[in-house]
Design a protein around this ligand. Structure first.
Ligand SMILES: Cc1ncc(COP(=O)(O)O)c(C=O)c1O
Length: 376
């Protein structure tokens, strides 16, 4: 967000900035979804709804999840939230007590750390294997589980690395956590954007409903970041707790956006496949081009729409001591916005979002190439 704001400021001053910072689809929201919102307005669906979302949308969320992943959630196990971020926030507020440990693989989406800390919890970070595309296994996680562990957070595909957790390992991690009564939060924000594997939800495992917490979002799947609709598929008691929190803070997610979300979930799903095909094309291009920059290494992202290259070749050179400084210099001198890896818990990487046009990708990576060759 900060990178986007800095880039926007430069742009407003007339600078030609290439922006790889924003983690959002460059596609417009599909037309059928927009039309559903127009109909909602015309039909005056513009008043309060239940704080935890309309019955219609909860049902649509459960049905979509069943269709996509073979789960059997019921509306009383569902809550609609103001974006995927808010279900994660709500879960931490409702479930984490001071001193509880939350296990988080690194690199991680920056919000996890802050919301765990805000709830008084303690983040326990687990290193992953960059050489294997930032993946990890049940064996990697096991030593970090203690009697204080309340939750493990898995985000597959991952923001920022694009890593996808192997299904067998995911199942092993589920067994590991389930038998100890540890909650497994699965952030499915990018679950439909997979390049080499089929969509899968750990919530489809037998018994998963007791300990698996699904955090979902329509933001990326349907190019709806500004509409702010997310959801949780979680035990009814947790729905109740988050519902209370929500009722006294945001009240309901926007009524119009909820109608649009119903259409997104129940309407044609072709746009998701079209976006995935385009992201795949861009991924090939971005990874190949980044690997052509001398000294830069780039793990192959298996999902989502981010590349997370290792740029250590330029660190320690010409006053560039960390990736924050690198991002600042790239923006100021090459007019390219990237997100420094420190935000995601690593020190040698930057994140590039390739949810932008091929033209912008070409221009931007050319600039990064020249910048790194100049200083490395
Ligand atoms: C990993 C991950 N989870 C959840 C979200 C939440 O998205 P939103 O609040 O827009 O639904 C994001 C957004 O960037 C994300 O990257």
């Amino acid at each position: 967000m900060k990178v986007a704001a800095d880039a926007e400021k430069l742009r407003s001053e007339g600078v030609d900035v290439v922006d790889f910072g924003a983690g959002e689809p460059d596609f417009p929201t599909p037309d059928n979804i927009k039309q559903a919102a127009v109909r909602a307005l015309e039909q005056n669906f513009t008043k309060y709804t239940p704080a935890g979302g309309t019955a219609e949308l909860k049902k649509a969320v459960c049905e979509r999840h069943t269709q996509d992943f073979g789960t059997d959630y019921k509306p009383n196990e569902c809550i609609i939230t103001v974006g995927g971020k808010h279900i994660i926030f709500g879960l931490m507020q409702a479930m984490i007590n001071p001193g509880d440990e939350v296990v988080i693989p690194v690199p991680y989406w920056v919000t996890y750390k802050d919301v765990v800390n805000y709830a008084g919890g303690k983040c326990v970070f687990v290193d992953t294997d960059e050489a294997k595309g930032f993946t990890f296994t049940a064996e990697t996680i096991a030593p970090y589980l203690t009697d204080k562990t309340k939750m493990v957070i898995i985000n597959s595909p991952s923001n920022p690395s694009g890593a996808v957790l192997d299904r067998v390992e995911f199942e092993k991690i589920f067994k590991l956590t389930h038998e100890r009564g540890i909650y497994l939060l699965t952030d499915e924000c990018y679950c439909h954007f997979l390049y080499d594997s089929e969509p899968f939800s750990i919530a489809s495992m037998p018994g998963a409903k007791e300990t698996v917490l699904v955090a979902g979002s329509l933001s990326k799947t349907y190019a709806m970041t500004g509409w702010r609709i997310g959801f949780g598929l979680i035990p009814p008691a947790v729905v109740g707790a988050i519902n209370k929190l929500q009722s006294h803070s945001t009240s309901n997610p926007t009524s119009i956006a909820q109608k649009a979300a119903v259409e997104a979930l129940r309407g044609p799903q072709e746009s998701v496949k079209e976006m995935l095909a385009e992201y795949r094309r861009r991924r090939e291009f971005v990874v190949n081009r980044l690997r052509q920059i001398p000294g830069v290494k780039c793990a192959e992202p298996r999902g989502a729409f981010y590349a997370y290259p290792n740029v250590s070749v330029v660190l320690g050179k010409s006053g560039i001591n960390n990736t924050l400084q690198l991002a600042e210099r790239l923006l100021a001198e090459a007019n390219v916005a990237v997100v420094p890896g420190e935000a995601f818990g690593t020190e040698q990487h930057v994140r590039l979002s390739y949810a932008t046009s091929m033209h912008e990708l070409e221009r931007g990576i050319d600039r990064i190439h020249q910048f790194i060759v100049k200083y490395a």
